[in-house]
Design a protein around this ligand. Structure first.
Ligand code: CTP
Ligand code: MG
Length: 390
């Protein structure tokens, strides 16, 4: 993906009421797959690159909008600014322009209603703004077009000279602001920024738009967006976890979710099951949910002496609450004892059922006599987990 040039800003207009959609909330605050359209648009913008973000919203929804900006912004980015819009789209863009930072030189104007616009399109528009010209993404017109007068078809229209405009539309900052001043003076209303910019004498070029950047206007559009998101493959994430425990203490060994009668136990808070602990860290790491110390450490005495089923069951719950499903887990431990292969299937079954059924595979290896596992002092475990954002 091309880089968004430095000193760019995006004005996301989200102040419309959405009369054609007819929802209870203004259109940008309507939910699509658990997130508002505004949030989808913001996430697209952040994925495109670092820019000043200005969201223009209906009066009375400033606080909700600010929460959306904070939720959408990566931790290291300024979430941006919320301003109140006007009676028309043009007035809303004008309100957004007033909030531009002093050093901004490229301005994108983007409809929140084009909630699924690919980040690559946003970045491509921004980087195509060079010199004095504006840039819009546009798609060829596919329908056969007719000129009509009431119900009478009066003639054909040559579609080869037409294109359907999308957003974001990008402009050099000073020229766009000048065009807005001119529009204010003339009192003319334009349906998009490119028309307003051209009316003030500006040159506008087009680049390729995309099907996913369609504007959500009616319920059928919202349904189309829902279907596109439902088809989206889950985003996989991986995590790694390691654990080491020394042999020692009283009782029997617990390892890989099984009790091993006659084997020396591993020492540690809980039952010392280093295989289970490494799995917990791999899963929490994959989901970005911290680590085992945070959720199960000595600050949580309820887990003292707990076995793998408790740790893994709670971990699976934490992931589910955060919207992750477990793909699979692969674990290997290094140690001379216990002799593992005869009980591998049993262990895998126990660990898998503790995780709610996700496949878990476990292997064991010795270290050729080297290191603490080789000397029989303890066990070292490495686990890798794959999770899916659902
Ligand atoms: N918009 C805006 N301020 C307005 C009108 C529109 O910020 N006074 C924004 C909308 O929120 C939308 C974009 O401009 O993101 C494109 O407008 P449109 O799709 O027409 O949205 P609405 O005006 O909300 O819908 P409708 O025309 O059906 O009422
Ligand atoms: Mg409208």
């Amino acid at each position: 993906m091309t880089e968004v040039p430095e000193r760019s800003a995006v004005i996301i207009v989200a102040a419309g009421s959405g009369t054609r959609l007819g929802a209870a909330a203004p259109k940008a605050f309507v939910e699509l797959a658990g997130r508002t359209l505004l949030r989808h648009a913001l996430e697209g913008v952040h994925a495109a690159g670092a820019m000043q973000v200005i969201a223009v919203v209906p009066a009375g929804l400033e606080q909700e909008a600010e929460a959306e900006l904070r939720a959408a912004a990566p931790a290291d980015r300024d979430p941006g600014t919320v301003v109140v819009g006007g009676a028309t789209r043009q007035q809303s863009v004008a309100a957004g322009l007033d909030a531009l930072g002093d050093d901004v030189r490229i301005v994108l104007v983007h409809d929140a209603a084009r909630a699924l616009t690919p980040p690559a399109q946003i970045a491509a528009v921004a980087s195509a703004v060079t010199g004095d010209a504006g840039v819009i993404p546009a798609l060829p017109v596919v329908d056969t077009l007719k000129r009509v007068d009431g119900d009478l078809v009066t003639g054909p229209v040559d579609r080869s000279v037409l294109a359907a405009a999308q957003t974001p539309q990008g402009f050099p900052r000073t020229a766009l602001q000048g065009a807005y001043v001119a529009a204010l003076a003339s009192g003319e209303e334009h349906t998009d920024d490119a028309a307003l910019f051209a009316a003030a004498g500006g040159v506008v070029r087009r680049i390729a738009g995309s099907e996913r950047a369609f504007k959500i206007t009616t319920l059928a559009d919202l349904e189309r967006a829902r279907m596109l998101l439902a088809d989206r493959p889950a985003l996989p994430r991986i995590g790694v976890g390691t654990d080491v425990h020394a042999f020692g203490g009283e009782g029997t060994l617990w390892l890989a979710g099984l009790e091993w009668p006659g084997e020396q136990p591993l020492s540690g808070h809980s039952d010392g099951d280093a295989v289970a602990h490494a799995i917990v860290d791999a899963l929490l790491g994959a989901a970005g949910l911290g680590d085992i110390g945070e959720h199960f450490g000595t600050a949580h005495p309820e887990y003292a002496g707990a076995h793998a089923d408790v740790f893994l069951g709670r971990t699976a719950e934490l992931l589910a609450e955060a919207g992750f499903a477990i793909g699979n887990v692969s674990v290997q431990f290094q140690g001379n004892r216990p002799r593992f292969s005869a009980r591998r299937a049993e262990a895998e079954q126990a660990l898998s059922s503790a995780l709610g059924g996700a496949p878990v595979t476990v292997s064991a290896t010795t270290t050729d006599g080297l290191g603490f596992p080789g000397r029989g002092e303890g066990i070292a475990v490495t686990a890798v987990a794959l999770v899916l954002q659902v």
